[in-house]
Design a protein around this ligand. Structure first.
Ligand SMILES: Cc1cc2nc3c(=O)[nH]c(=O)nc-3n(C[C@H](O)[C@H](O)[C@H](O)COP(=O)(O)OP(=O)(O)OC[C@H]3O[C@@H](n4cnc5c(N)ncnc54)[C@H](O)[C@@H]3O)c2cc1C
Length: 312
């Protein structure tokens, strides 16, 4: 076990991460740290050997954790980080608060964070990924975030410092978001609650929301195709190019490209992380070979493959 500072929260060595992710796959973290509160997190990071990698995670709804697991310390926040406060026209949410809970509480106060209602992650993950749907993104409403740096320093920084772009930010590696402040538009609570009911129904009708997935597997391809010709521009849906490559319903081990929505890579029951990632790579190859389009992963793949470990 790594040499670790004393904490008030929980440190668990060799903790499997599979049950902490939506895909239900993945090997262990060398150490899983569940801090008691922000001071506990800050003191731990300040005292931790700076060479030890740190990976914060939410509820793993955008992750494939590889079968060999994650080296270093995985940080997962819980109760000490899930407060949701309404402060005038602002919503302040802890990093571990679930997006859906934040959307509902904001709606009760007449503040529109409805787009978060159908995204199954936490506020930390939503900020890091600039999560969004139905035309709204975190970047539209985020004003500042409270961050604990890899050195343990606590700071509140403006949203502009994160350079939020499509599903990405410039948050430094190892930095942990502990809270976020939003300034949403206002609307009557009944309107907001009705919108969320409609959006939930729309999701359930079009996406496999109950399956073991990590949401959209690939970004919608846009831009030039492989010919590079100025007139050869496309603006396509990932599910369509996957369908055109004949990969809807394709399987590998326990992984399947969902038959309800072909851009949802799914653990059909007993998939390994390698099954899922390799099926994703096979889809990318088939799409490229058939249409000259390079699909980019939207799901983050983290940690070590088992085959790489064994080969060492
Ligand atoms: C059914 C389904 C539907 C989805 N639909 C959408 C959608 O419509 N729009 C959308 O944007 N996404 C969607 N997603 C993807 C996913 O829910 C989002 O990306 C979500 O924001 C991830 O949040 P998380 O807390 O689960 O983060 P994780 O998946 O645990 O982590 C994702 C990334 O965020 C980082 N991270 C997490 N917490 C912190 C923190 N506190 N501090 C610093 N970094 C952190 C992790 O290190 C990692 O890099 C969907 C997923 C599923 C399963």
């Amino acid at each position: 076990m790594l040499e670790l500072p004393a904490v008030r929260g929980t440190l668990t060595a060799q903790r499997s991460l599979a049950d902490l992710t939506w895909m239900r796959v993945g090997g262990p973290a060398d150490v899983l740290f569940q801090p008691a509160d922000i001071e506990d997190l800050s003191a731990f990071l300040a005292a931790l050997d700076p060479s030890v990698p740190v990976f914060p995670m939410g509820v793993g709804s955008n992750l494939i954790v590889r079968d060999g697991g994650i080296r270093g310390v995985v940080i997962r926040m819980g109760r000490g980080f899930n407060a949701i406060d309404i402060a005038g026209d602002d919503v302040i949410a802890g990093a571990a608060a679930l997006d859906a809970h934040v959307a509902r509480k904001a709606a009760d106060a007449g503040l529109d964070l409805t787009f978060l209602r159908t995204i199954p992650g936490t506020i930390g993950g939503a900020v890091r990924m600039n999560a969004g749907c139905y035309g709204s993104y975190v970047a539209d409403v985020l004003t500042s975030v409270t961050v604990v740096g890899r050195d343990g320093a606590i700071s509140e920084v403006g949203a502009d410092t994160l350079d939020l772009a499509y599903r990405q930010s410039t948050l430094p590696d190892g930095a942990v978001i502990v809270a976020a402040r939003f300034r949403p538009a206002k609307a009557p609570p009944e309107t907001l609650h009705q919108r969320m009911t409609d959006q939930l129904a729309k999701r359930d009708a079009t996406q496999p929301t109950k399956d073991r997935t990590a949401g959209s597997t690939f970004r919608n391809p846009a831009g030039f195709s492989s010919t590079g010709r100025a007139d050869d521009v496309h603006d396509l849906k990932a599910w369509k190019v996957i369908d055109d490559a004949g990969m809807r319903g394709a399987t590998l081990g326990g992984a399947i490209m969902n038959t309800m929505h072909s851009n949802f890579l799914t653990n059909a029951g007993n998939a390994s992380a390698a099954d899922l990632e390799d099926l994703g790579e096979l889809v990318r190859k088939k799409v490229y070979d058939s249409q000259g389009i390079t699909l980019q992963w939207e799901i983050m793949r983290v940690g070590d493959r088992l085959d790489e470990d064994t080969a060492k």
